[in-house]
Design a protein. Structure first.
Length: 157
């Protein structure tokens, strides 16, 4: 089963695959932030002229903008398809414990927990049900979903 991704279909995802998906998503959010800075620099150059430079927003504004981008990115992925691009690359899907999609409120709470308490993911390593602390609070699960379409959890190990 370890060499057969389809054998994991519907089973709960482990720490390594979930961590890899989180790293991919963090790089994607960082890339969007850099792209936003480049676009702001281009806009400033087109309006004011002069040499092209990247803006240097105040640290608080930059942090708030990055947080807003991360919130939108993760929430949209988990509410719409149950996947962020990182989840898609790792063959994962985030679902409600019942097997349905997360609603907006639960997705936002999960985003807040994942963003402000990322160490909660480590609970997967000791949980019998491969649940992070975020999953326990919002009643979500993360499953392997390699197949196209809407997978239903097998509630495997």
């Amino acid at each position: 089963m370890a060499n057969d991704p389809l054998g994991l279909q519907g089973h709960r995802a482990g720490l390594v695959s979930r961590g890899a998906a989180a790293v991919i998503d963090a790089f994607a959010v960082s890339a969007v932030c850099v792209l936003a800075l480049v676009c702001a620099g281009v806009a400033r150059y087109l309006v004011l002229g002069g040499p092209f430079t990247l803006p240097s927003p105040p640290r608080g504004l930059a942090s708030a903008a990055a947080g807003g981008i991360a919130i939108g990115y993760l929430t949209w992925g988990w509410v719409s398809t149950g996947r962020t691009p990182g989840d898609q690359m790792m063959g994962l899907r985030v679902l409600a414990r019942s097997g349905g999609r997360l609603g907006l409120a639960r997705a936002l709470l999960r985003v807040a927990l994942c963003t402000f308490f990322p160490a909660g993911l480590l609970w997967v390593a000791v949980s019998r049900h491969r649940a992070s602390l975020h999953d326990l609070v919002v009643h979500s699960i993360v499953i392997y979903d390699w197949c196209r379409g809407d997978a239903r959890p097998g509630y495997g190990p």
